[in-house]
Design a protein around this ligand. Structure first.
Ligand code: AMP
Length: 190
């Protein structure tokens, strides 16, 4: 079983590429952003606790996220492979994930970082905001999310770089070209 982390700034195409990979490889997909939006819709305790952080462009506290991931991994028990999308987002989350996987005799096999320039990220997110109805796809919150990404999330690349599983992938251009670049990396994983 292959455990992949699809990684990159907000708007880098993680969700889009995850959808294609699910289709092509039959992987299971866990998006912490989607899970949190569902919790908010259900008005659960977790949803209520997460909403103000999401609307402010801040990260939801690690303890809440790690608890949610533990529960989902136990429920789903993925077989063929797993794509983690939007998680881990802090080094503490990455360390917790490494421990959790180690307990189950597995590991993160590849971190696929989609690299896209800042101007393009902002344009993509503003465009998405017009159709998505997402409360955090407005210019002020987008800028905050990009700052949070650079400060808290980007250091994960180094964490996984040290383990030899980090791969940088140019994330601009046609969706199918980007998928092909990801496919080349996945093929090397066996
Ligand atoms: P996303 O859909 O991945 O862009 O996530 C939307 C928002 O949900 C983020 O801006 C965070 O507020 C929150 N979020 C999603 N995943 C995480 C995570 N792993 N850690 C902390 N906050 C998260």
């Amino acid at each position: 079983m292959l455990n992949l982390v699809i990684f990159g700034a907000p708007g880098s195409g993680k969700g889009t590429q995850s959808e294609v990979l699910i289709e092509q490889y039959g992987f299971d997909h866990i998006s912490t952003g989607d899970l949190l939006r569902e919790e908010i819709k259900q008005e659960s305790e977790l949803g209520k606790a997460a909403k103000s952080f999401i609307d402010a462009g801040q990260l939801v506290p690690d303890g809440l996220i790690i608890g949610m991931i533990e529960k989902v991994l136990e429920e789903r028990q993925p077989k063929r492979g797993l794509i983690l999308d939007g998680f881990p987002r802090t080094v503490a989350q990455a360390e917790a994930l490494d421990e959790l996987f180690a307990k189950h005799g597995t590991a993160v096999h590849a971190v696929l970082e989609l690299r896209v320039g800042e101007d393009e990220l902002i344009q993509r997110l503003l465009k998405r905001g017009m159709g998505s109805g997402r409360s955090d796809d407005n210019l002020e919150t987008i800028k905050k999310r990009l700052d949070v990404y650079h400060a808290q999330t980007a250091p994960i690349a180094e964490h996984y770089g040290k383990k030899g599983v980090h791969h940088a992938i140019p994330g601009s251009g046609a969706i199918s070209d980007i998928t092909a670049r990801i496919g080349e990396v996945i093929d090397t994983l066996g």
